[in-house]
Design a protein around this ligand. Sequence first.
Ligand SMILES: NC(=O)c1ccc[n+]([C@@H]2O[C@H](COP(=O)([O-])OP(=O)(O)OC[C@H]3O[C@@H](n4cnc5c(N)ncnc54)[C@H](O)[C@@H]3O)[C@@H](O)[C@H]2O)c1
Length: 444
Amino acid sequence: MKISVVGTGYVGLVTGTCFAETGINVTCVDIDEKKINKLKESIIPIFEPGLETMVKKNLEKQRLFFTTSLKDSLEGAEVAFIAVGTPPGEDGSADLRYVLEVARQIGKNMTQYLVVVTKSTVPIGTSVKVKAAIRDELEKRGAQIEFDVASNPEFLKEGNAIDDFLKPDRIVVGVESERAQRIMSRLYKPFLLNNHPILFMDIPSAELTKYAANAMLATKISFMNDMANLCELVGADINMVRKGIGTDNRIGNKFIYAGIGYGGSCFPKDVKAIIKTAEKLDHPLRLLMAVEAINEDQKKVMVGKVRTHFKNDLKGKTFAVWGLAFKPNTDDMREAPSRVIIKQLLDAGAKVKAYDPVAIEESKHVFGNDITYGNDPYDVLIDADALLLITEWPEFRMPNFKVLDKLMKQKVIFDGRNIYDPNEIAENGFVYYGIGRKSGKLLG
Ligand SMILES: NC(=O)c1ccc[n+]([C@@H]2O[C@H](COP(=O)([O-])OP(=O)(O)OC[C@H]3O[C@@H](n4cnc5c(N)ncnc54)[C@H](O)[C@@H]3O)[C@@H](O)[C@H]2O)c1
């Protein structure tokens, strides 16, 4: 089987590589010539564990190809995936310009029956627009070529993308013809052998499923953050509350950790987009509006604690920051809480020294020369007035407090992910601030 994947970003590259891994002949297309030339040499533009090795292997086996020519990629292909970006437009709704441009290009270049599958996260109704764009181009050419559209939203998590793709909880496919369903079943057959369910449904339901999933996950985070802030007011510990509710199997213990807000390329944009979709239909999504507002506030909670501790005088103070990426195992800093926190510190006249295992290059694009970087976590602690733990990379989990004590000017830790034991920190003579917790001498 031969397929084309248009858009070789995070999702397109992982999708193409994982399909190639199952023996399918995959051509990944992108308009970014530099990116494609690098990929041809197995140089990966993103940090994603295991991806580079897999790209290299499938290039060598000649199952994975990279090109800037969409036309070439469609030759003999039965399926074309659209996996380009859908960034928020000015009003927050998803900008479909890239998706529809690809649809038009497909219409201009296809030569035989094709299932055109939208993998990008797109609002309900997009497949109708994709279909119209393709049909329009075919009519202009006077070409009578059959095609089907389908929706196959992607649920992979950055940092765990390969595993998520190869061993998905479920595969959601929206179709409107049996022919497309048969082809999509065949394409995903290697995944189904391991009993991962494929859920066929109508296209609008598939499109909405993706937004509903991200909105639900964002809701869990904002709910826990709201509870964490209440914990501080009533003298409770959110970690205890989390354990207390997580053991109820109707609630479950996943994704209920309090912190400094969600970020990344998906949750913020997808929550905004679904709010916008509903607003246009006169159905305000009041719960999700609150989820978003709580999240915006939560990104500012840490600097609020910093201000309180230092009596609002941050000018000239030096802050060590551990973690810049929006979560561990990625260098992605899109909408990362670190951006808001560091900006607030800089605006208040403070100095920031940061360390992240992989996101420093990315951070240089964001902050230019406004902050400095260390070669390892301890480097940035020299003469620091406080340590701010922002991303919970494994290497930050067991700091050597004796070394911290020697290097830092003041012994203060702000733990944005609640990864430290307040008692242990207090025993080492540090002042501890978590999210929704008291500073030390807690039970458990
Ligand atoms: N990143 C994630 O974790 C994730 C997870 C699930 C779903 N999604 C969704 O998948 C979609 C893609 O996200 P991403 O993170 O991979 O985006 P990305 O920005 O990493 O990649 C998009 C790629 O598309 C290319 N492109 C743009 N126009 C093109 C065209 N006309 N022809 C060929 N290539 C073109 C760009 O050059 C870029 O390389 C989005 O809708 C996103 O919401 C992302």
